[in-house]
Ligand binder design. Structure first.
Ligand SMILES: Cc1cc2nc3c(=O)[nH]c(=O)nc-3n(C[C@H](O)[C@H](O)[C@H](O)COP(=O)(O)O)c2cc1C
Ligand SMILES: [Fe+2]
Ligand SMILES: [Fe+2]
Length: 389
């Protein structure tokens, strides 16, 4: 359980969690994750940047077995996957002081019971000298809690970004290189965790973009040794640009809604509109979130179940509303048997989505020729709207 060297005086002391399959009791982790902590040793002082999930604390402590002194424990983010082992570090290293943003200080007391006299707050842009190395703290709120900050190490040109730019990916590689699976995992991470704060992240990107770095060392996933790629990807994801894509989450109990969904998807494809369908009885909700990162339109397909939408559709719609994707248009399609409020209820679930609702196509029972022509008309409308994006 040795540290892994990044450069002279900077070491990775994190934990790779290969087997974890769910994060925040919500987010699927198809590829596991990691909790990255970093040790920075200057000529006079030593700092530990973040800790690890409490379940992995023994591994962190074994990596630090030969480290006699930690002066500063930088807490970028109070969420327990990074702060959860702070109490253990404070106990072992009696002289150490937690360094965090002013917003994080009371949260560390509230969430982890840390004694306030062991906390030192730092302002935006403040520096802390370790002797031969300097830590510069940059406040980056809402990536992804209000208290988050990042650390710049100018001497070694490293940006320690915590959740910002992270990816849930277990790998033995310390560096991302040009592995496309890292960008894919980072997009999933952005979609699930960061997307609701897209507008704030635009500012944070400008802020960190002004710093000089050759490495971005996040707290989840490998270190970016070609950081331009991930910064450009974030710039694209947080931009106002949408793509010619319809995301079609749906469910169907007896095939009527599914027939409508398949028909609409084919009509759209024939008109040159890309479609991604998600069967909500089995889909990985993270893939749906990823598709929402730049889609122009969402079409929700649901049968009516006890007057409203199917519960899985209710859940997915609520989630899409919470994630605040930059969608511009929406439509609802589906089937019912005798009486429905499904469309009204779905519309009521999406106040955060600043979308133009392009229409509702509901079929009583299995879709008829009339329903199929209504779906053709909806496809035409979507194509026309997408022509101007
Ligand atoms: C558990 C259950 C509850 C239902 N509740 C309603 C309802 O409240 N109102 C209604 O119009 N139809 C209701 N239906 C009928 C379905 O909406 C109808 O069969 C529809 O065509 C199913 O679409 P599907 O083939 O896409 O599953 C219900 C069906 C089931 C199985
Ligand atoms: Fe977090
Ligand atoms: Fe995290």
């Amino acid at each position: 359980m040795k540290p892994r060297q990044i450069c002279d005086g900077v070491q990775w002391v994190g934990v790779v969690d290969w087997n974890r399959r769910l994060f925040d009791s919500l987010i699927p982790l198809p590829d596991g994750t990691s909790y990255n902590a970093y040790l920075v040793q200057g000529s006079e002082k030593t700092a530990l940047l973040d800790t690890v999930d409490p379940a992995a604390k023994d591994v962190l402590m074994r990596r630090l077995a030969n480290i006699d002194r930690i002066d500063y424990l930088v807490s970028h983010h109070v969420e327990q996957d990074h702060s959860g082992t702070i109490p253990v570090i404070l106990e072992k290293y009696g002289q150490s002081v937690v360094v965090c943003s002013p917003k994080a200080a009371p949260m560390l007391v509230e969430h982890l019971g840390i004694a306030s006299e062991r906390i030192k707050t730092v302002e935006d842009g403040e520096t802390l000298s370790l002797g031969s190395k300097t830590l510069r703290f940059v406040h980056t709120p809402w990536v992804h809690w209000p208290e988050t900050m990042v650390t710049h190490l100018p001497e070694d040109r490293i940006l320690f970004s915590c959740d910002f730019f992270g990816s849930h990916l277990a790998t033995s590689d310390l560096y991302a290189g040009s592995d496309p699976s890292v960008l894919e995992a980072a997009k999933r991470y952005y979609a699930e965790i960061m997307m609701p704060f897209r507008k704030v992240i635009q500012n944070n990107l400008k802020k960190v973009g002004a710093l000089e770095f050759d490495l971005i060392a996040p707290s989840h996933g490998p270190i970016y040794d070609q950081p331009k790629g991930i910064v450009a990807a974030y710039a694209d994801w947080v931009s106002d640009r949408v793509s010619n894509l319809v995301v079609l989450p749906y469910i169907s109990m007896h095939g009527s809604t599914e027939t409508m969904v398949n028909y609409l998807a084919e009509s759209l494809a024939e008109l040159g509109v890309k479609v991604q369908k998600f069967d909500l009885s089995s889909t990985d909700i993270g893939k749906l979130a990823m598709a929402l990162v730049d889609a122009a339109t969402i079409v929700i397909g649901t049968p009516t179940v006890h007057v409203g939408p199917h519960p899985n559709v209710f859940y997915a719609t609520h989630l899409a509303n919470a994630l605040r994707p930059k969608l511009r248009y929406a439509a609802i399609i589906g089937s019912y048997g005798w009486g429905t409020k499904a469309a009204e209820q779905i519309t009521g679930l999406i106040p955060n989505l600043k979308v133009e609702v392009l229409g509702t196509v509901l079929s009583k029972g299995f879709p008829t020729a009339e329903v199929f022509s209504a779906l053709d008309a909806l496809a035409d409308t979507i194509r026309d709207k997408h022509a101007s994006i």
